[in-house]
Every structure is written in structure tokens, then in C-alpha cells.
Design a protein around this ligand. Structure first.
Ligand code: ASP
Length: 416
């Protein structure tokens, strides 16, 4: 049993879907679970639908373009009398009904954005069948059970494993299984999502519960590089990486793999391949149990749009454990992830993603205890496995607001 995952870019138009289905057909002798994201930028478009909910005209316009985007793709893939066109119309009209429901925002968010994966998986299953690769559409929500923490569902591993083990292997005997990434279901029956970009994690959940032979994530890059080629020049491709190294890269902000993906695979020793959907014959990168090579250049991870928040004590005491614990408690209550932190005698600084709503809530909660300053629009750079001899090169001409050097990593917060 193998698990394949295809992200939004690999299914963004009809040609991409044809290519994807060819990759699947070439591997159809295997038992295969195929996890798909929403097509192209659909999840972002569904988010804007929600944010424009109050504006009826904008909503109608957005729904129309969502339907047209998928219809156009289907027109290139299917004969005009194929049932897929009715299925699409039904899915979009159901979405319109959902949008008009009264429920808390995060709950409505999950009911809305999950539609992207429901549509893409429907199109792909139908296209595979049309092209003679026998496929079955699986509703991931029937298998992946989560807490009801909407937008960041926590997986109930015990129940999920039982459900997946119950029939997925059996179903995979005679056909390819196509399912949705990113979505699950809470106890109350409502759809949940696993956090943005969560489809990689879905693939890891299925693979772990099935003790699969491997997971392959098909991407628009040749594999894992030592930097994002859109931000870093002259990148090199890793042919292999240890689980630990790949997990740490995601912690520091590498977006090539979702941060939660590695752990369930590492626990079971399941290899994770990252391969190019444009060059499916190339081996890409394998993440597995191996030693990290020491002869490679550092990995450069750049996180943009960072915000530096500094909490200064106002009562002539020092930063101590009591005020640190107050800050951490409030940060955690607001569901904020600290990307780097540092303290001086009278001030404690954290660097976080720039989410104004969360930052304002945090500042309001702590304003009576500290004098709070913040700078936004910053860049956090991590050099993993840096070489001391080349460090100056990276520091040159930069306005560094905060810097940390350990044996393996160099990190710096840079102002524009
Ligand atoms: N479609 C979702 C997103 O764009 C999940 C994913 O693609 O992994 O965040």
C-alpha cells in the first residue's frame, strides 16, 4: 500500500490533472490511496467568499467564478454530457446554502473551505474512471476524526486508526482510492479542517494508520532544496534527509512539507518521498532513517511578515519567572506560535507571524503589566547547519534587530 499526495499546484488546470492522472495510471499496479488538495488557489478564494459574506453582490460574483473555474477545467476533461457538470452545480449550490447558515465564524470557515477538496476529489475520481483507471471516491471525514477545535482539528488517533483499518485496505484491493486532504469530522458531525496546507498531514495519517510502504508528495519543485528557489539563489537538492532534519526545517518555517507530517511517519519508519510532478521519472528527495551529510551548504529558511513584540517591565523589577509565565500563558491562550524569543534584564521579546487580530488581543491582555512595543514587516532568517566561515556573508549590509547563534543554527531578525 502506498499513499500519494497532490497539492493545489499539481491540479490547478486541465493539463495538470491529465499529468497527475498519468502518474497515477503508471502506478496503478500498486494499492494506492491518493490524497488531493483543492485545485490551484481555491482555498484562498473560499476564504475570500467568507470574508465577503456580508456583501451579497461580491458573494454572488465569487461563487460564480468558483463554479466557472472548475467548469472550465471539466470542459477540457469530460464530454459535455458527463454527469460531473451536474455534480459541480450541486456542490456550489450547497455551498451557497452553507454560507447563509448562522454559526460561529471558525465553524463556518471549516464548512466552507472544505468544499475545495470535496470538489477536486470528485473531479479527479470521475476523470480517472473516464480514462479507465478504476477509482473510488472516499470521504475523508468518514475516517479522520478530530476534536471540535475548528480550523485546527486535533486528530483522535485511536478512533481514526480503527476506522481506517476497518475497510481501507480491503477497498484498495481493486481500485485506486481518492480522498480529500485537509478535512476531518468532529464528534458533533460537523466538518473540521486540520490547518492550512494540512493535506500533507492527511497523507501521513492514512499512511501511518495503514502502515503503508511509503508516502509520496508530488510538488512543483524537484524535491527538498536547501532554500525556497523563489527566495534563494543557487539552491541544491537533497537526495536524502533524516526525519529529524526535515522536521526541524519545517519548524523553522520551510513550507515544502506541512510541519505535522513527519512525526507519524518517523514513528513507523515510513519513508516520505518529495518528487516533482513535472519530472515524475526523477527520484526527488527521500526522507527516512539516515545520517545527515556534513559536506552540504547550509539550509536557508526565510520567514517573511514577522512581528517583533517586546514586553518591558514597568515597576523597576527584572524580567523574572512570574512575568515570563504570565506572557507564555497569554500567548498560549491566544493560540500564538513563537518563532524566536529573547530576553534582557527588563524586557522579553517574541517574534510571531503577523496576525493583527491575535496580536491586538495579546496586547490588550498584557497592557496593564508591561510597556509593549512592536515592529512589523520583518524577516526571520534561519541558517541551518551554517559554516562559521561563511556567516559574515549573510550578515553583510543587514539591519539586524535580534540574533542568535548556536552550534548548528544561525538565526537573525532583519528589518527592511
Ligand atoms: N487546500 C488547503 C490549503 O490550501 C490544504 C492544502 O492544500 O494542503 O491550505
Amino acid at each position: 500500500m502506498k499513499v500519494f499526495k497532490f497539492g493545489g499546484a499539481s491540479i490547478k488546470n486541465a493539463d495538470a490533472i491529465k499529468n497527475m492522472c498519468q502518474i497515477i495510471a503508471n502506478n496503478a499496479t500498486e494499492k494506492l490511496v491518493v490524497v488531493v488538495s483543492a485545485m490551484g488557489k481555491t482555498t484562498n478564494n473560499l476564504e475570500s467568499l467568507l470574508f465577503n459574506k456580508a456583501k451579497q453582490e461580491a458573494q454572488d460574483e465569487n461563487l460564480k467564478s468558483l463554479l466557472e473555474y472548475h467548469m472550465d477545467i471539466c470542459r477540457e476533461l469530460f464530454p459535455s454530457d458527463h454527469n460531473i457538470f451536474n455534480l459541480l452545480i450541486d456542490q456550489i449550490s450547497e455551498l451557497r446554502t452553507t454560507l447563509n447558515k448562522e454559526m460561529p465564524f471558525d465553524q463556518l470557515y471549516d464548512q466552507t473551505v472544505s468544499v475545495g477538496e470535496l470538489i477536486s476529489s470528485t473531479i479527479i475520481t470521475n476523470y480517472l474512471n473516464l480514462k479507465g483507471t478504476s477509482s473510488l471516491w472516499l470521504d475523508a471525514r468518514e475516517y479522520i476524526r478530530t476534536s471540535n477545535s475548528f480550523r485546527e482539528g486535533h486528530v483522535d488517533w485511536k478512533v481514526t486508526e480503527e476506522l481506517i483499518k476497518h475497510d481501507v485496505k480491503e477497498l484498495a484491493k481493486d481500485q485506486i482510492l481518492v480522498t480529500q486532504g485537509f478535512i476531518g469530522r468532529a464528534d458533533n458531525g460537523l466538518t473540521t479542517t486540520l490547518g492550512r496546507e494540512g493535506s500533507d498531514f492527511t497523507a501521513a495519517i492514512f499512511a501511518s494508520c495503514l502502515s503503508a510502504e511509503s508516502v509520496t508528495v508530488w510538488k512543483d519543485v524537484p524535491g527538498i532544496l536547501n532554500g525556497d528557489p523563489k527566495k534563494v539563489a543557487d539552491t541544491i537538492l537533497f537526495d536524502e534527509l533524516p526525519y529529524q532534519e526535515a522536521a526541524e526545517m519545517t519548524y523553522y518555517g520551510a513550507t515544502v512539507i506541512h510541519p505535522k507530517t513527519i512525526k507519524p511517519l518517523a514513528n513507523k519508519g515510513i519513508p516520505l518521498y518529495v518528487r516533482s510532478f513535472d519530472h515524475p521519472d526523477e527520484p526527488g528527495t527521500i526522507i527516512h532513517d539516515c545520517k545527515l551529510r556534513t559536506d552540504l551548504p547550509p539550509t536557508i529558511i526565510i520567514k517573511n511578515d514577522q512581528c517583533l513584540l517586546s514586553f518591558k517591565v514597568v515597576d523597576f523589577t527584572f524580567i523574572n519567572e512570574d512575568n515570563l509565565s504570565l506572557i507564555f500563558k497569554t500567548v498560549s491562550e491566544n493560540d500564538i506560535k513563537i518563532n524566536i524569543m529573547q530576553n534582557s534584564a527588563i524586557s522579553f521579546s517574541i517574534v510571531i507571524d503577523n496576525d493583527m487580530k491575535k496580536i491586538q488581543k495579546l496586547m490588550v491582555s498584557l497592557k496593564d503589566h508591561f510597556d509593549i512595543r512592536y515592529n512589523s514587516g520583518l524577516q526571520l532568517i534561519t541558517l541551518k547547519n551554517y559554516k562559521p566561515s561563511t556567516l559574515q556573508e549573510y550578515r553583510k549590509d543587514k539591519k539586524i534587530l535580534l540574533e542568535q547563534i548556536s552550534r548548528n543554527n544561525y538565526r537573525a531578525l532583519i528589518a527592511p
